[in-house]
Design a protein around this ligand. Structure first.
Ligand code: ADP
Ligand code: MG
Ligand code: MG
Length: 883
């Protein structure tokens, strides 16, 4: 087989498209050679050799040796130097290179081929003994560390000792003789550690390094990394052997790294650092402070060290020429590594550069504006979930951070405010115009009003799917959850983190993007929704097919949703409108009244409030569809908690507190998730559904009159098992619509549909579709009921499932395509067959998850609905799914 691919001198056997075989680094070295760029000649040993090596008990293919020798001979022709020749030695670097750059792989070994003899030859040929011995000591250090597994620190200690004794400060203070002495010491270190001498034979050195690269593919760090990033072990790594160029040949030599555009802001300007008289990783190792590449960057940084632009103008001009070529060719921002040997620039690596979300957005839009990529390509260049970071205020990167502790980054964005320890205080402070951070051990549905009032939420318990996390993400509020080092004392109204104690009223900042909890109010940056962002979103909207709606109940959420481009409301959870302080009392009366009459009296109080809510939503969403779900959660979620609340409700109902407690106890359930909830409430208490239907239709009449535009309410019945339940509830809804139309003398266009969130409903979709005008897949519940996993109880074991690979991802975050997805597909097909053109959507957390949105596109749903702050993410993900 062909195991070796050469590159250099304006041509190569490989090219950029051969990453699988040559690894990322090797493929791009070949590509740069083909482009005629100055690349030191070399060759790539393919990933297939790595696979062979592991399939054959760590043996190399028999013909590999000959191919390597031939490639080395080719390098000799191009460089005029011969590998292993004591008089005129060729030195090489050995570099690992998987398909994608991968931490855990062997570090690069430079200057390979040096030994006691060749070092003298290099000194003679270069006329620079310091350079030769500096290179040799570097080689011994690197080779010992990465191939022979000898602790790096031993060499560093020896060097530091030596410098101290001689009164040197910088490595560049050392002369040839100094390095020579140190090489002697280094070899002693090796002998002591190894029991044998440092390998002197260049060929032995080469195969040692090649073997070390392949071995590093199976080291613990690499295996762990592959596991976390689902990279199969069968991919293997390639090895690159490349002739050395030297950045450590004095003041006309240097080494550097550069990005073709600024990787943190995206600004279209060369950005990078270089170091004179240095080699390889010196730039990033922090041995000396690197210098700026451009004069503009130097000025901005206020550095007094000359930039490359002024210090090495010719090499700089060459770099500018090359980066222009590379960007045009790769049509993306590049991250480049280069070395300058005695004034001549050599390219050692290029790849698409990593970038922040902000830079990704700007670069994609700029590249399209520059005509380098199409608008569609630009849409594909930005990670939808990365937009999250751009939609919220963030901490000013220049601000100083005093980190108290770090919890989980549960909901992005940063917020600052006074500490409050309960939701009522949060609401009171908000009314008084103060900003607060709500700090709780954990939150419950009772805290919704406090969470709304707070700038951000901090909990000491609970994970990424805890109540606080889920609700905060839904509200678009920053949240740090599970900050376990914080002790909260509700009674004293204090919290402590180690020795630090803070009290209510003290100011905190939380960073929901990284989980940090910071002392004091830190300076923020506001999100920029116009400009590049708006442009990219408009391009995304041109290509996407799926509509994007929002889950929203409050006017604030509905306005946010429209601002972010929502095309209607896909889920209005009416129970959220009941938690409000002014209403909860009437809700409790409704639930706890012993008879019909009491219930109707309480409902009569709720009707005008609900109607007003809907008028607001319809007005904000004027001209767009609004899906309203009838009351869904188990009633006990609304029950009064303390003695005081119980006494209040009992008083209003005219019963004793004991009688009330008894009634409340009756509502207790062992498994509320599978209990008295959803349409079961409407079946048992039709008057609740009737009140809600009346409120919806009366509101539709009012809003249509006020706005002059049609209102399109979609009434949604939750948790049905089959057609009969839906028919029962639908009959009440239709009757109410008729009544309201008669009373008002107006016609109302409306639809009645259902959620598909039980496996049985998915199976009976054909029948259900005879009555339902739309389906909304409630994939949160459908996941719970299909997998038999309660979302609220999943955290204790789900981690083990994903860690052991039993589940690919958290099914509450990304839809389980094989199970839940199959039911969605089947129900969609059956539903469509029974009622062609039936409207199909999805609501719940999955509606804002890019991978799940991809699935929705593939099944051909009509829309996804997600929390307002995820609307832009969904728009972009939907566009990418359609590309
Ligand atoms: P990494 O994948 O960690 O970036 P590389 O293989 O790119 O490792 O090597 C790191 C650095 O070593 C390069 O950026 C370059 O400065 C230096 N280097 C590698 N090969 C050579 C070479 N043939 N000549 C000069 N320097 C080299
Ligand atoms: Mg590199
Ligand atoms: Mg549900």
């Amino acid at each position: 087989g062909k195991w070796v691919y050469t590159f250099g001198d304006g041509k190569a056997e490989g090219e950029a498209g051969m990453k699988n075989l040559l690894g990322g680094k090797g493929a791009n070295l070949a590509e740069m050679s083909n482009l005629g760029l100055p690349v030191p000649p070399g060759f790539t040993i393919t990933t297939e050799v790595c696979t062979y090596y592991y399939d054959h008990g760590k043996q190399f293919p028999a013909d590999l040796d000959a191919q390597v020798k031939a490639a080395l001979a080719g390098m000799a022709k191009l460089t005029g130097k011969t590998f292993g020749d004591p008089a005129n030695p060729l030195l090489v670097s050995v570099r690992s290179g998987a398909r994608a750059s991968m931490p855990g792989m062997m570090d690069t070994v430079l200057n390979l081929g040096l030994n006691d003899e060749t070092v003298e030859a290099v000194a003679r040929a270069s006329g620079d003994a310091r350079f030769a011995w500096d290179s040799y000591r570097r080689f011994i250090t690197m080779y010992s560390n990465v191939v022979l597994d000898i602790d790096h620190g031993l060499f560093e200690e020896a060097l530091e000792d030596y410098k101290e004794r001689k009164g040197y400060h910088l490595d560049t203070d050392l002369k040839a003789d100094d390095w020579k002495v140190l090489v002697g010491k280094y070899k002693e270190i090796v002998k002591k550690a190894l029991g044998s001498d440092f390998p002197q034979d260049p060929e032995q050195q080469l195969w040692g390094a090649v073997g070390a690269v392949f071995s590093s593919w199976m080291n613990a760090r690499a295996i762990k990394y592959r596991e976390l990033n689902s990279i199969p072990a069968s991919w293997g790594t390639a090895v690159n052997v490349q002739s050395m160029v030297f950045g450590n040949m004095g003041d006309t030599s240097a080494t550097g790294v550069a990005f073709t555009r600024n990787p943190s802001t995206g600004e279209n300007a060369l950005y990078g650092e270089f170091l004179i008289n240095a080699q390889g990783e010196d730039v990033v190792a922090g041995i000396r402070t690197p210098q700026d590449i451009t004069e503009a960057a130097r000025k901005e940084a206020g550095s007094d060290k000359p930039s490359m632009e002024t210090a090495m103008p010719e090499a700089y001009a060459e770099l500018v020429r090359i980066y222009g070529i590379l960007e045009k060719h790769y049509r993306d921002m590049q991250d480049m590594e280069f070395t300058i040997q005695e004034g001549k620039l050599w390219m050692l690596q290029t790849r698409s550069g990593k970038r922040t979300a902000r830079a990704a957005l700007k670069i994609a839009v700029d590249l399209a504006d520059e005509g380098l990529i199409s608008e569609e390509e630009a849409v594909g260049r930005v990670e939808p979930s990365a937009l999250d970071q751009l939609l919220h205020p963030t901490i000013d990167p220049k601000a100083e951070r005093r980190v108290l502790t770090t919890g989980l980054p549960a909901s992005p964005g940063a917020a600052a405010g006074e500490i409050v320890f309960n939701s009522d205080d949060a609401e009171a402070a908000r009314k008084a115009g103060r900003k607060v951070i709500l700090v709780r051990v954990e939150t419950s549905p009772e805290d919704i009003h406090g969470m709304h009032a707070a700038e951000g939420i901090l909990t000491t318990r609970g994970g990424m799917t805890s109540h606080a996390a889920v609700v905060a993400r839904g509200m678009g509020k920053p949240c740090v959850s599970g900050a376990g080092q914080i002790r909260v004392d509700y009674a004293k109204r204090t919290l402590s983190i180690g020795p630090t104690t803070l009290k209510a009223g003290d100011v905190l900042t939380i960073d929901g993007g990284n989980g940090q909890v910071l002392l004091g109010e830190i300076k923020m940056q506001q999100p920029e929704l116009s400009g590049d962002f708006a442009k990219l979103m408009s391009w995304a909207d041109k290509v996407r097919r799926l509509k994007v709606r929002a889950n929203a109940e409050t006017p604030e959420d509905a306005r946010t949703a429209r601002k972010f481009g929502a095309e209607g409301i896909g889920l209005c959870r009416t129970e959220h409108m009941f938690f409000d302080e002014s209403r909860i009392q009437s809700v409790r009366e409704m639930i706890l009244s012993a008879d019909d009459r009491g219930r109707r009296a309480a409902l009569a109080k709720l009707l005008p409030m609900q109607r007003q809510d809907f008028v607001q939503l319809f007005t904000i969403m004027s001209g767009l569809p609004v899906t309203i779900r009838l009351l869904d959660p188990p009633l006990h979620e609304f029950l009064p908690q303390g003695e005081k609340e119980i006494a209040e409700v009992a008083g209003a109902l005219g019963v004793t507190p004991d009688a009330l407690k008894h009634r409340a106890a009756e509502l207790h359930e062992f498994n509320p998730m599978l209990g008295f909830r959803g349409c079961r409430l409407a079946v048992a208490f039709p008057e609740i559904a009737e009140m809600q239907a009346r409120a919806i239709f009366e509101a539709a009449v009012i809003a249509a009159k006020e706005t002059g535009k049609p209102v399109i309410p979609e009434v949604m019945v939750p948790l049905v098992m089959g057609k009969p339940e839906l028919d029962l509830v639908k009959a009440r809804i239709d009757a109410m619509a008729k009544a309201v139309m008669q009373e008002s003398g107006t016609t109302i266009d409306y639809q009645v549909g259902t959620m598909i969130e039980l496996p049985r409903a998915a199976l009976r979709a054909a029948e259900i579709a005879e009555s339902a005008e739309f389906f909304s897949f409630g994939t949160n519940d459908l996941t719970q009921t299909t997998l038999g996993i309660s979302r609220d109880d999943a955290s204790s074991f789900l981690g083990s499932y994903t860690a052991k690979g039993l589940l690919e991802a958290d099914p509450f975050v990304t839809i389980d395509q094989e199970g839940v997805g199959e039911l969605v597909k089947l129900a969609a097909e059956r539903g469509r067959r029974a009622r062609s053109g039936i409207k199909l959507g999805i609501c719940g957390e999955h509606g804002g998850d890019p991978a799940s949105i991809g699935f929705c596109e593939s099944v051909g749903l009509d829309y996804v609905s997600c929390s307002p702050f995820r609307v832009p993410i969904a728009r972009l993900a939907a566009a990418q799914a359609a590309l």
